[in-house]
Design a protein around this ligand. Structure first.
Ligand code: SF4
Ligand code: SF4
Length: 89
């Protein structure tokens, strides 16, 4: 049964220290520092800038502050309507 997986992330901005490890590690190159906003620690927090997240979770695994939560959505295409399943990592 064919299926697609897509993903997205949420960043706890107050935890981010702007180290850019997640930016370097993301295979889709869809992370960057917010160049405008500062968090309470005085850092620019990371943000997602594209829609091609695969939910691979590399960013969350590498983050030393555990600031990233990854969500995956599995879309099964066995019928015309997609069957969606959510899982939190
Ligand atoms: S889950 Fe993977 S693709 Fe999505 S932002 Fe994180 S590293 Fe990039
Ligand atoms: S790895 Fe974590 S602390 Fe470093 S920039 Fe990314 S979200 Fe922020």
């Amino acid at each position: 049964m064919p299926s697609l997986v897509t993903g997205w992330i949420e960043v706890e901005e107050y935890l981010c220290k702007g180290c850019e490890l997640c930016i370097s590690a993301c295979p889709m190159k869809i992370l960057e520092l917010d160049q405008v906003m500062f968090n309470a620690k005085g850092y620019h927090p990371v943000q997602m800038i594209g829609e091609s997240c695969t939910g691979c979770a590399i960013c969350a695994i590498i983050c030393p502050e555990a600031a990233i939560t990854v969500y995956r959505e599995k879309i099964t295409q066995d019928v015309q309507e997609s069957n969606e399943k959510m899982e939190k990592i």
